[in-house]
Design a protein around this ligand. Structure first.
Ligand code: NCD
Length: 319
């Protein structure tokens, strides 16, 4: 089995079997990162352009490490150093990148749909590393990988997602993924940061964080995206923390074995108390570790690697 599309543009178009395939492949490839020589020749001779038109630390370095561990040649293209600042359109930049014959373009862009446009123009595989407030598929996949690793399954779990739902591409990708895989999702956050009609995606909304956390297996906190907020959505950060911040007493409302996740970067004392972020329930840094394996799996599968073939790849380390 393999993925049906040559691109990874979002979770919405994926079938649950494709999600399972990516997670299973990531599980095999994760072993490579535990070796002394963390490299296999799988993508030798292939070129990846990392085209990041929005700030990113975790996602970009995670893709870069994944590419290196698979022996791809990669090039980082960032707008500060490019002609985008000289007024070139995204379509023209894309055509120029395409003319250099890369095999993959990993794109992060503030415009929803930018990766889709690239996929229409370019012959290479396009991977969406976050497009505006639309989707961030590899984040949802690494979240799912972490949930499966900790809980042994996704189906039947109750997941609370709390925070700035309106501006979050992470939440959209996670809702699609968790619903496809059979988890229950409950959202909470200030009413001004919950998009109208979000229940249509098959989720519940709770105004009070306490009600959302009751008995859940997974708590996923979202960053308050101050840079995307065009007006005051809540009175102050202190007020936000008082009403929606994740504190230890609130965590105790969840199941005793609940895990706490956050895509990062975290705002300590805004959406999450330091004690909780660094506490025993937190899997935030494991999410970062798992991101590498998940991105390796996506690159491997999109390059034509067959599911089940990953075992063979990892037996073949590069000396
Ligand atoms: C997220 C993003 O950029 O969408 N971060 C990430 O990729 N790790 C979430 C955020 O910025 O809050």
């Amino acid at each position: 089995m393999n993925l049906r599309s040559p691109h990874l543009l979002g979770i919405e178009p994926l079938a649950s079997e494709e999600i399972t395939l990516i997670l299973d492949t990531a599980e095999s490839l994760a072993q490579i990162s535990q070796r002394e020589i963390k490299k296999v020749p799988t993508l030798r001779g292939r070129t990846v352009v990392n085209f990041f038109v929005e700030p990113s630390t975790r996602t970009r370095s995670s893709f870069e490490i994944a590419e290196k561990r698979l022996s791809a040649d990669s090039l980082n293209f960032s707008p500060g150093a490019s002609s985008l600042v000289k007024g070139e359109t995204l379509a023209d930049t894309a055509r120029n990148l395409e003319a250099m014959a890369p095999d993959f373009i990993v794109i992060r862009h503030s415009e929803p749909g930018a990766p889709h446009m690239l996929a229409r123009i370019c012959r290479c595989s396009v991977i969406n590393a976050g497009d505006g407030a639309h989707e961030h598929p590899t984040q949802a996949l690494l979240d799912a990988y972490t949930i499966r690793q900790k809980k042994g399954r996704i189906a039947g779990l109750r997941v609370a997602i709390v925070g700035d739902i309106l501006h979050s591409r992470v939440v959209r990708s996670n809702i699609f993924l968790l619903r496809k895989m059979g988890a229950e999702v409950v959202l909470s956050g200030p009413p001004t940061l919950i998009p109208q009609g979000i229940e249509r995606l098959g989720v519940k909304v709770e105004g009070r964080i306490e009600a959302a956390l009751e008995g859940v297996d997974v708590i996923m906190m979202l960053r308050v995206q101050l840079e995307r907020q065009t007006r005051g959505y809540f009175p102050s950060l202190r007020e936000y923390f008082r009403l929606y911040g994740l504190t230890a007493p609130r965590v105790r409302l969840a199941r005793p074995d609940a895990i706490i996740m956050h895509p990062g970067p975290i705002n300590r004392g805004v959406e999450i108390d330091s004690e909780v972020a660094d506490g025993p329930w937190s899997v935030i840094l494991e999410q970062v570790t798992n991101g590498v394996a998940v991105r390796m799996a996506v690159l491997y599968l999109l390059s034509g690697g067959a599911g089940g073939g990953a075992e063979e790849e990892i037996r073949n380390p590069e000396a």
